[in-house]
Design a protein around this ligand. Structure first.
Ligand code: NAD
Length: 295
């Protein structure tokens, strides 16, 4: 298939590599040129603009930070739709608001271009391994076509409802991940203030009901004070705001998500928005007056 891929960041770069390795003709574009060159070295064609990608592709995948970025790449000056042919498909793997996904789908439908929102979970490690979980929203036929492309990057690929549904499920995913990180952070902070052997404690916690992928992946980063992203705090804040807006619209109270969003905001206020979201432990340590950074 002729696949366009736009957004070669932490997630997009390894995903695009998997598409090349799966045998697709892949044309890529990113705002900063060096990442395009890296993909060219892996067998992709380097695009010069989103419009150039649209000209070469039947399916365009976007993996960008937020809703305005996706809108700009698709509909802005030299955007994808200025060249993409009717009958093509756009798959947005970014995490954006469900409302934006619905609006984008409607604008594309008016040009006879299909759209699937397909946000992913599994982090950088899942993107590199090609084992992401992908939650797809869209019409049956569009989702079937999207699945043929995304199978190269995913271990779990599920159609969860109409356009926007993928983003709603991703919002739920981000509530679960943030809550889990916050409690892992609290538990680690507590254990570090005691005489407990923290490594031994984490081993036994990982063998019982408290085990989780978050515990497994994030507790070691907290202990090592290794907060290189990974998944940036600022991006998780964006996702929690999406979840709060979705809850408000559904008239559902999500008090824990509200508190955790505030803890994440505190982290950003302290200048830590560019760190990995495992840095949430720093917010909790500050509340307890423990100086994490001097440890
Ligand atoms: P990132 O910031 O590392 O990558 C984004 C890329 O898009 C960058 O290379 C940037 O140069 C490029 N870009 C931005 N605007 C552009 C534009 N207008 N034109 C062309 N290129 C542009 O972000 P990421 O961590 O790869 O995340 C991408 C999306 O995936 C986000 O919505 C994020 O919430 C979601 N996500 C991230 C993770 C993770 O662990 N990092 C996991 C799941 C989902």
């Amino acid at each position: 298939m002729n696949v366009g891929f736009i957004g070669l960041g932490v997630m997009g770069k390894p995903m695009a590599v998997h598409l090349v390795d799966a045998g697709h003709q892949v044309v890529v574009f990113n705002r900063s040129r060096p990442k395009v060159a890296e993909l060219e070295a892996r067998g992709a064609v380097g695009g010069t603009s989103p419009a150039h990608v649209g000209e070469k592709a039947d399916v365009v995948v976007t993996m960008l930070p937020d809703s305005p970025d996706v809108e700009e790449v698709l509909f802005g000056a030299e955007g994808v739709v200025s060249t993409l042919r009717p009958g093509s498909l756009v798959i947005d793997c970014s995490t954006i608001s469900p409302d934006a996904a619905v609006t984008i789908a409607a604008r594309l439908a008016a040009m006879d271009i299909a759209f699937v929102d397909a946000p992913v979970s599994g982090g950088e490690a899942g993107a590199i391994a090609g084992t992401l979980a992908v939650m797809m929203g869209g019409e049956e036929e569009a989702v079937r076509r999207a699945g043929e492309v995304l199978t190269a990057v995913a271990a779990t690929l599920v159609h969860v409802g109409p356009v926007g549904a993928g983003q709603l499920v991703k919002a739920a995913n981000q509530m679960l991940v943030a809550g889990n990180i916050a409690l892992v952070g609290e538990a680690v902070t507590l254990l570090q203030r005691t005489d407990v052997d923290v490594d031994a404690a984490l081993t036994v916690l990982g063998g019982g009901l408290a085990a989780s992928k978050v515990l497994e992946a994030k507790a070691p980063k907290m202990l090592a004070r290794d907060f290189a992203p990974g998944f940036r705090v600022d991006l998780h804040y964006k996702d929690l705001k999406i979840a709060l807006a979705a809850a408000e619209r559904a008239q559902i109270a999500v008090p824990l998500t509200g508190v955790i969003t505030q803890l994440v905001q505190a982290l950003r206020s302290a200048g830590d928005g560019g760190l990995d979201h495992s840095a949430l432990i720093k917010s909790l340590e500050r509340l307890s007056g423990t100086s994490s950074d001097s440890r």
